[in-house]
Every structure is written in C-alpha cells, then in structure tokens.
Design a protein around this ligand. Structure first.
Ligand SMILES: NC(=O)c1ccc[n+]([C@@H]2O[C@H](COP(=O)([O-])OP(=O)(O)OC[C@H]3O[C@@H](n4cnc5c(N)ncnc54)[C@H](O)[C@@H]3O)[C@@H](O)[C@H]2O)c1
Length: 389
C-alpha cells in the first residue's frame, strides 16, 4: 500500500476483467466507480484509492480496456506470476472462468496477496477448503463475492426479518431464471462454457453458491438438500456459431431444509420464460406476514390485510391478488451491490474491520453445489454437514 497524507493507494491485480462479470460489475461498476467518486472516504479524512492492474491472456484486449477507461498502460499484464511477484500489489482479484480459479488463487495466496474472488471458489469442496486453510495459514485477508446480499430487494427483506415482520418464518420460495437463447437463430446471452460441465459450467455450480449464502444469512443454515437437475436444452451454439452438446444442467429444482425449521424451495433455470416482475424473486411466508422480494423491490402482505379466498373453480377469480400487496419503501439509497461489497472488503484490508464473507463462506457454497449435484444423481435427500477448518 502506498500512503500519502490523504490517500492510501491499494493496488489490485484484477484477473478476468475482459469477462462479463469482471468487466461490468467489478471493474466498471465497482473499482472505476470508486475512482470516479474520488476514492473510498474514511472517517479520518483519508481515502482508499483502488488502483487496478488488468491481468489476462490477451494483451490487445487489456490494452483496449486500459485505453477506453484512461488507465495507465503500464498497469496491464499477461504474466500473472510477475504480477504476483510484485510487492506493490496488495490484492489479487479473480473473475476468470471457474475452472481457472483454484490454481490462480493458490498462487496468489502463496505470494502473500490478499484475495478477493468471484464464486464458486473452486470446482470441489476439497479444493475450496484447501484454499480456506491455505489463506488462514498465510494470515492474509480474503473475501468471496456474495453480491445478492447487497441487492436492494434482499436488503429490504432483511430489514423485514430484523424488524420481526414475519413472526415465525415457514417457507421460502425462490424463482430464478430466464430464457438463455440457444445461439442458433439469436446469439446466446451467456458464455457457452456455462453449458458444458467439462468447462466448469452448469446452473447448480453457478447458482447454488448464491442460494447457500442467501438462505444462510437471511433464514438459517442449510441443513439438507434435495435437488433434481435437468438439461432441458441439449444442443446449443457457441460464440463462433458452432453447435455443441450441452453437457451441463441448465435447470435445477431444489428443496432445502433450514436450521430453525423453515423450508426453502428454489427453482433455477436458464430454460424458462419470465412471467414475474424480476429475474429472481423470493416469496417468504410467515405466521404474521408474507413478502415477495426481487432484485430491487419488495412487497408485503400483513396477516391483518390477508384476503380470504374460497376455492371455487366454477367461478372466475373474484380478486386481483397481486394488487393486495404493499410496496416496501426504499428508505435509503442503495448502491451497486458488487461495489458495496468491494467497499467493505477494502475497509477490511486497510482498517482491519471484520468481514465474514471469506473463503470458508465460499466453501459452503461449493459444498451445497456439490451436494446438490450428488442428490440429483443419487435421487435422494442429503445432509449438509457444517464446515470447519
Ligand atoms: N456473482 C455473480 O452474480 C456472478 C454472475 C456470473 C458469473 N459469476 C462468476 O464469474 C466468473 C466469470 O463468469 P463470466 O460470466 O464473467 O464469464 P466470461 O466467460 O464472460 O469471462 C471469463 C473471463 O475469464 C477469462 N479466462 C481465463 N481463462 C480462460 C479460459 N481458459 N477460457 C476462457 N476464458 C478464460 C476470460 O478471458 C474472461 O476474462 C465465473 O466463475 C462465474 O461463476 C458470478
């Protein structure tokens, strides 16, 4: 870290910044947004000034990014080893494809860098736990992206839980998904590796890590998992228009039993058309009230305002049920969720503030994905053992 009286520069090696997540959410919406606002201000008047070093495989792509965003051309590299050997680099960030992550994180921890990384942290639980142990032994700081926790809709849901709105929480129903085009007559809107298990793809590996921390943090630790996966679209077309076999699951129907007694059921699918208000929605039903939270919005129905429908298939619906819910107000300004989590991680690194979304938390996500796939393959419900290092 380079310190001047008013500025503490934190140099961050960012690997995978040409990708969807690395570029848009982490580089542009988080790190560059922090620089545009003048850095991250601290209580004593100093600012944390993040300085990205763009790391990747294709020099021309990195150079184009640096040019486009006015970054110093000396801050790009295709040689991860030399970047990690540079003592002025404080943090290694990874948003590469999932398969490339574990090796890169291992190297970065061995080089003594703090780690911030996309999920899943590894392709299997053993690898994820090994990373968490290596990081603990090295004494570095580490964080794993858990962006959904910082979405306005889920922050409002958390507010309702903390305020006791629900009474006893009985169940959580999640619907996530949208139609991902096959790629033949319209290009797919997600990378093709997502649909090949040999390349680290699959919706369980992608989404169960998110469901693990959302359920754990809001409702209770996941104690059992029962999942059924499917590859509904077996043939897709890649970025070059070439047909390929989709070997990974594109849909997963999961049931999770939570500590505290609630049951969660989450459908995840890239082969579903959206008839919802948002691309993900969670309905929470409690004894005293219910809520439906999406990415941004959250609406509620209290027990005192709950209608009393009577089942009669002979008559058309007499009520417009969706209109009987009340919108939860923002009551705050919500920043981009990725940026909000980056800020907490930077404060953790610089100020040593507590931070719980670490590589052990990341390993829990990998564990749930692994057990979800196993549950589906074996056709049974599985316990999710509590992890420790
Ligand atoms: N937090 C979230 O909400 C969220 C959402 C989507 C993806 N992700 C995670 O982010 C990571 C990247 O996903 P993405 O959708 O941005 O993928 P992407 O394909 O758009 O980007 C992948 C990046 O990895 C780089 N890369 C390194 N080695 C590679 C290789 N051998 N082959 C191909 N690319 C290679 C690419 O150059 C690119 O920069 C994944 O691990 C994924 O799980 C997280």
């Amino acid at each position: 870290m380079t310190d001047t009286p008013n500025r503490r520069t934190v140099r961050i090696a960012m690997n995978g910044v040409t990708g969807r997540m690395g570029y848009r959410q982490h580089l542009v919406r988080s790190i560059l947004a922090l620089r545009e606002q003048g850095g991250l201000p601290l209580a004593d008047g100093t600012v944390i000034w993040p300085e990205p070093i763009l790391v990747g495989r294709r020099e021309h792509a990195l150079k184009a990014l640096a040019d486009q965003h006015g970054l110093d051309a000396s801050n790009i590299s295709t040689d991860l080893d030399s970047v990690l050997a540079d003592d002025s680099v404080d943090i290694y960030f990874d948003a590469q494809i999932t398969l490339a992550r574990e090796e890169a994180l291992k190297k970065a921890i061995a080089a003594g860098k703090h780690i911030y990384t996309e999920k899943p942290t590894a392709t299997g639980l053993d690898g994820a736990l090994a990373l968490a142990r290596q990081a603990r032994d090295a004494g570095i700081k580490h964080g794993v992206v858990q962006d959904k926790l910082f979405l306005p809709g889920l922050l409002k849901l958390k507010r309702l839980i903390d305020g006791g709105f629900f009474g006893e929480i009985l169940s959580v129903r999640g619907e996530f998904g949208y139609w991902v085009f096959e790629g033949d007559w319209q290009p797919a809107q997600r990378p093709s590796w997502n649909y090949r298990s040999e390349d680290g793809g699959g919706i369980v590996v992608d989404m169960f890590p998110h469901w693990e921390y959302v359920l754990h943090e809001l409702f209770g630790r996941v104690e059992t998992v029962q999942a059924l996966t499917a590859t509904h679209i077996p043939r897709r077309w890649d970025e070059n228009g070439q047909a390929y076999e989709a070997t990974a699951d594109d849909s997963a129907y999961g049931i999770f039993q939570l500590a505290g007694g609630a049951v969660a059921q989450i459908n995840s699918s890239w082969s579903v058309r959206v008839n919802r208000d948002e691309l993900v929605e969670f309905q929470v039903d409690g004894t005293h009230g219910s809520a439906v939270a999406g990415l941004r919005n959250c609406r509620v129905q209290h027990r005192s305002a709950t209608p009393k429908p009577v089942w009669n298939p002979d008559l058309p619906a007499t009520e417009t049920f969706r209109e009987q819910w009340q919108e939860v107000p923002d009551n705050a300004e919500f920043d981009n969720g990725f940026k909000a989590q980056w800020e907490l991680f930077l404060r953790h690194v610089v100020l040593d503030e507590p931070y719980s979304w670490d590589l052990l938390a990341g390993a829990r996500g990998v564990q749930l994905a692994e057990l979800g796939l196993k549950s589906s393959a074996e056709g049974r419900r599985l316990d999710v053992p509590e992890l420790s290092l």
